[in-house]
Structure formats: C-alpha cells, structure tokens
Write a protein that binds this ligand. Structure first.
Ligand code: NDP
Ligand code: 2IT
Length: 450
C-alpha cells in the first residue's frame, strides 16, 4: 500500500506540473524538496495552514523580455531575457544570471527555487532569484558580448537594485559580463551601488568571490569526510566542468593535499593521473578565462587521455565534485562512482545529479552533499560583498575566507541537525531542505498573506 505521505506528494506534484507544463527541471527540483519537507509539514500544521508549500513553489514575480543587439556584421540579433524573483521573505532577491543557449523558463525557475533554500542556509539575509538569457557567449567577440550585456541591462535595470534584487554570475557570466552589466546600470541610473556581485576588485568587488563556490564545495566535502574521522589528504578527486567552480575546486583540493585528476567541458573530459597541479591549473585558467579555448587542448599539451563526448564519472576517485551543469550524473554514472570506491560527492554545480543518481548515493550510504548546501559558498561571499558595499569598506582575503569557512561549517551543522537519522546516517538532502525551509517559512508566516 502506498504511504499517505507519498500520496500527498503525488497530488501536490500533479497540480504543480499541470500549472507549470513543460518545465521538467523545475518539477525535478520541486519534487525533491516537497518529498523531503512533506513529513515535516505534516508534523508542524502551522506550515500546512499557511499553505507554505503552495506559496513557496510560486515565484513572486517572473519577468521576460526581448534583448535585441547588433552583431559585428551589423546584423540584428534577438535573444530572450529573464529574471525570476522567487522569494523575498528573508531579504532582497539574490542569485546569478546564466547565459547559455539552453536557458529557458523552467531551468531558471529550478535555479531560483534552489536559490531560496541555499540562501537561507547561508544564514545571511538574502531572498532567492535567478535570471539569464538564451544568449550564447561562445564564439562572440568582446564587443558583441558588451552590446548584448548593455541591451540586457537596458531592461533589467528597472527590476533590480541594492535593496531589491542583486544579480551575480553563473554559467556564461563571469567578471567580463558583470563589468559590462554594471557599467550600463551605472550609466542608466547614475548611481554607484552594490547592485551586482562578482564585481572587479577595483570597483566594489570582494576578495575571494571568484574562488568562493569552488573553495566552499571543497570545504563542504572536508566537513563531510571529517564525520568519518578522515580528511582530504591524498584523496583522488574527479572534477567536471572547467569554468569558475571547477577551477577553484581544483585549487582548494591541491591546497588541502588532495589530487584532482579530471576536468571537462561540453566537448569531453581529460584524465591526468599525475594530478592537475598548480602549474597545470594556471594553464587551464589562461585557456578557459582568456583564450576561451577547449579542454581538449590540455590533453594535447600534457599528453594525457581525452575522452570525447563523455563525462568523467567512470574514472576511479575517492571524491566527486560535479561542477559543470544540471543532470550531468545519471544512475549509471552514480553506480560506477560507488563501485569504484567514491566515498563523497560534493555538488559544486546546481542539481548535477539526477533523482536516480541521488537514490544510488543514498542507498549506498555514501556522503552526498546536495548543491544547495555544498555550493552555497558562492552566494555567501556575494552576501559578504553586499555587506562590504554597504559599509563602503573592503575586507582582507583572510577575513573573507575565514567567514566563508565558518559559513560552510555552519551549513554542514544545519544539515546534520535536520538530516541525521536514528542509525546515525546523515541524509544531507533532507537536512538541507528542512534546514533551508524553516527560516523562510517562518518569515512568510510572520509577514502575513502577501
Ligand atoms: P562557467 O561558465 O564558468 O563554466 C561552466 C562549465 O561547465 C564549462 O566548463 C562548461 O563547458 C560546462 N558546461 C556548461 N553547460 C554544460 C553542458 N550543458 N554540458 C556539459 N558541460 C557544460 O560556469 P560556473 O563554473 O560558474 O558554473 C558551473 C556550475 O556551478 C553551474 O551549475 C552553476 O549553476 C553552478 N554554480 C555556480 C556558482 C558561481 O558562483 N559561479 C555558484 C553556485 C553554483 P563549455 O564551456 O563547453 O560550455
Ligand atoms: O547558483 C548560485 O548560487 C550562483 N550562481 C551564485 C549566486 C550569487 O548571487 O552569487
């Protein structure tokens, strides 16, 4: 017989799917949270009476807009821009912008939804939002990227502000794009405020923000491993992606005595059994951030294996740090990781594991840190950038890094508090979902039916 809670989740999800057709990633993210939280809501009727689950899955506001721009040939291009303002119960909307050809409403709603819980877990006063465009920065000149960003901001500026909604980077949006977006906002509004995070150090950015997501995901992995009385020394790490999150994950693994052996991009992955040391990492940073080349070039340069069209999960590793994109670890990948002795997965990316993959990790009882906990270091340091902007005082590298480390440790403790079962197993999925939910839900109740 089906359990009553399963039936309730089923009914809730049927309504959500009917109301948000075709948004498969949003359905996936919502289902995971609703499954985790339903028992807690049933035990705490105040959340049921206030219909928090119904309200928290409905964005406060969705903005969609046309982004026309001129390419280098003088031809007109048209993209679509979005900003999802998901929840402002505990602070202004906060979350990144993604520029990638696959971007659509459902993907951004999943990301904005995850962001609400993630931001709550950081303990900082930030609501949740996400935005972006189906613009593809690949193969575009700097001038084309600038013209696109300016056009994007020509509309976005009316919806954001330092106390309203503060965007940042995500896939396809790094320091270059934040610069162009900030310049245009400043020109339109004639004000220099902390309206975006991930800014350059000379103009209001925070030390450690570029590093924060990757460092944070490795700190989280370390906290998980510590619960087994172990540390990262000598551990072999499989990392996917080769952008912002992947690069600084490798840097922190190296600092903590581990060895990263893989990196990837949408073309394939490299496997370097000797480890991606700091010198090779500097090459990757130059290749990806300046030359904007492909990871295959690493294999050509260092004469290591390159596997086209594949992801690195079948390589033997102790820890996995998926740092590219959603649904990049499927059931078969998860089984291969577990079979090869992987003891911890710390999600640098947002929702990189499919529900089937998560099931495999939880069944095998390995340490599984879901993205909303493990990759919260990025937005946490964005929050610290906002604090410094408000104070008009920059903090030292050490100060920001110490705070980041403390925040990741606190998030880990929250997951343990709400996710540890009677047998002592820590279900970080349940821990992160309930831990992130409570503060937002209580704030929503306190603020009435709005
Ligand atoms: P970048 O744009 O810097 O790098 C993205 C990397 O992932 C690239 O190597 C890219 O390869 C690869 N990738 C992107 N899409 C796909 C795809 N569909 N299939 C295969 N590979 C893909 O982005 P970030 O490093 O900033 O972001 C990576 C992940 O981390 C995302 O899930 C993001 O949401 C998440 N994240 C980012 C934070 C941040 O602060 N930046 C904070 C928290 C989470 P290619 O170049 O070939 O496209
Ligand atoms: O997914 C994320 O947390 C981010 N892309 C970072 C968001 C932010 O506001 O720094």
């Amino acid at each position: 017989m089906e359990n009553v809670l399963d039936v309730k989740v089923g009914v809730f999800m049927s309504k959500l799917i009917a109301k948000n057709p075709g948004e498969s990633e949003f359905h996936q993210a919502a289902k995971e949270v609703v499954e985790s939280i339903m028992p807690f809501v049933e035990e705490n009727p105040k959340y049921k009476h206030a219909r928090i689950l119904e309200r928290i899955t409905e964005p406060e506001r969705v903005i969609m807009f046309r982004v026309p721009w001129l390419d280098d040939k003088g031809e007109i291009q048209v993209n679509r821009g979005f900003r999802i303002e998901m929840n402002s119960a505990i602070g202004p909307y906060k979350g990144g912008l993604r520029f990638h050809p696959t971007v659509n409403l459902g993907i951004l709603k999943f990301l904005a939804f995850e962001q609400v819980f993630k931001n709550s877990l950081t303990t900082l006063p930030m609501g949740g939002g996400k935005g972006g465009s189906d613009f593809d920065p690949k193969g575009k000149s700097d001038n084309e990227v600038m013209r696109f960003c300016q056009s994007f901001m020509n509309e976005l500026y009316r919806h954001i502000g330092g106390d309203t909604d503060i965007p940042a980077g995500d896939i396809g949006v790094g320091g270059r794009e934040i610069g162009f977006l900030f310049g245009q906002y400043k020109k339109i509004k004639n004000e220099f405020t902390g309206v975006l995070t991930g800014k350059g150090l000379e103009w209001g950015g925070s030390l450690i923000r570029p590093e924060a997501t990757g460092y944070g995901a490795v700190y989280f992995a370390e906290e998980m491993i510590k619960t087994k009385g172990d540390d990262l020394k000598g551990k072999i790490a499989a990392v996917s992606g080769s952008g912002n999150v992947a690069q600084y994950s490798v840097e922190k693994i190296n600092q903590l005595g581990g060895k990263a052996v893989t990196l990837s991009d949408s073309g394939g992955y490299i496997y370097d059994p000797d480890g991606i040391d700091n010198e090779k990492l500097a090459y990757v940073m130059e290749l990806k951030n300046i030359k904007r080349g492909r990871i295959k070039e690493y294999a050509d340069k260092y004469k290591v294996k390159y596997v086209e069209g594949e992801r690195p999960w079948k390589e033997k590793c102790d820890i996995a740090l998926p740092s590219a994109t959603q649904n990049e670890i499927n059931e078969e990948d998860a089984e291969a990781l577990v079979k090869n002795g992987c003891v911890a997965v710390s999600e640098g990316a947002n929702m990189p594991s499919t529900p089937e993959a998560v099931e495999v990790f939880l069944k095998a009882k390995i340490l599984f840190g879901p993205g909303k906990a493990a990759n919260a270091g990025g937005v946490a340091v964005s929050g610290l950038e906002m604090t410094q902007n408000s104070m008009r005082l920059p903090w030292s590298r050490e100060e920001v890094d110490n705070r980041l480390r403390m925040i990741m440790t606190n998030i880990h403790e929250t997951c343990v508090k709400y996710g540890k079962d009677k047998s002592g197993f820590i279900n970080y999925v349940i821990g992160a979902n309930i831990g992130g939910f409570i503060k937002v839900a209580d704030a929503m109740i306190a603020q009435g039916v709005v």
